[in-house]
Design a protein around this ligand. Structure first.
Ligand code: SAH
Length: 277
């Protein structure tokens, strides 16, 4: 076979950078186009799941512009032996398989290359046993230099590797997914949109749900009359003070009705009585 017959290497687009699937993490990092940008490293058995939906819309555009960078580490490449085994049966018996400590450790070591210390670079295992993910966490992650995300599969990961590396466990909610990839995607979406310039209109993150501990007020748009339903008059009044008061009152009412937990926390931090108010 001549050089000309060689099939082109499989290309994968990670935003603006087009890399070969075999590209080492280091090669990506030295790419000047992403120098200084917020970076995510995702350890997964399914690198093809990324960037997925993160490659579309605002997060996708930001990826293209190099406002953040995404790199996957294929856990399989750190597997043991000819078959690149990554898992084995649970000690003590029971159903399913567990990801091996030595395999996950090798992937975490590779991901750690070229990253600053933990205070600037959280290392997270997506897990139903973790601390529930919330907006405050998204803010903390977006303020870091980047993040390493470990996606589990099967029954999860050998406990020893989580302890040894001091990995933080984060949950998407009280339900069980088949793998960590969807949870990692959700975490990245919520985090990346807080990076400056990713959203066109920065003020939209200041007003939305959770930013002040309240759920967002109801939104309306044209037509002003739909199905015999009118848009609340105050919103069409052009009176900014009244509009702002109405929105605040609605946000408080919704939060009180739907999320008593958030309402109690909001009242505590604003010196208000959750029952009276
Ligand atoms: N046996 C485990 C569940 C494993 S589910 C248990 O009962 O706790 C397989 C993988 O999916 C996990 O390793 C984790 O990475 C991911 N996962 C499942 N549910 C999740 C959730 N609610 N949040 C984040 N990750 C989750």
């Amino acid at each position: 076979m001549t050089d000309d017959d060689t099939p082109p290497p499989k290309q994968k687009s990670h935003g603006r950078i087009s890399v070969q699937t075999s590209l080492k993490p280091r090669d990506l990092m030295s790419d000047v186009r992403v120098a200084g940008a917020w970076r995510a490293k995702v350890i997964t058995l399914f690198p093809d799941a990324f960037p997925g939906i993160l490659g579309l819309s605002l997060t996708g555009k930001a990826l293209d512009l190099g406002l953040w960078a995404l790199e996957t580490l294929d856990l399989r490449q750190f597997g043991i032996g000819k078959h690149k085994n990554v898992d084995d049966t649970p000690a003590g018996g029971g159903a399913g398989m567990v990801l091996r400590a030595d395999v996950v450790a090798a992937a975490l070591d590779a991901a750690a290359e070229g990253t600053p210390n933990r205070s600037e670079w959280p290392v997270i295992y997506l897990s139903p046993r973790g601390k529930p993910f919330d907006q405050a966490m998204a803010r903390r992650f977006s303020a870091a230099k980047g993040i390493t995300l470990l996606c589990g599969r099967f029954e999860g990961v050998d406990e020893r590797v989580l302890h040894h590396y001091g990995v933080e466990e984060v949950s998407l909610g009280d339900f069980v997914l088949t793998g960590g990839e969807i949870a990692a995607t959700a975490l990245l979406d919520a985090t990346v949109r807080l990076i400056p310039r990713v959203l066109g209109n920065q003020t939209s993150t200041e007003e939305e749900s959770f930013s002040d501990g309240l759920l967002e007020f109801p939104q309306f748009t044209k037509p002003s009359r739909w199905n015999e339903l009118e848009i609340p008059e105050v919103l069409q009044s052009g009176h900014h003070g009244n509009i702002s008061n109405w929105r605040q009152a609605m946000a408080e009412r919704l939060t009180k009705e739907r999320r008593p937990d958030l309402w109690r926390a909001y009242c505590a931090s604003h010196g208000r009585d959750p029952v009276e108010d």
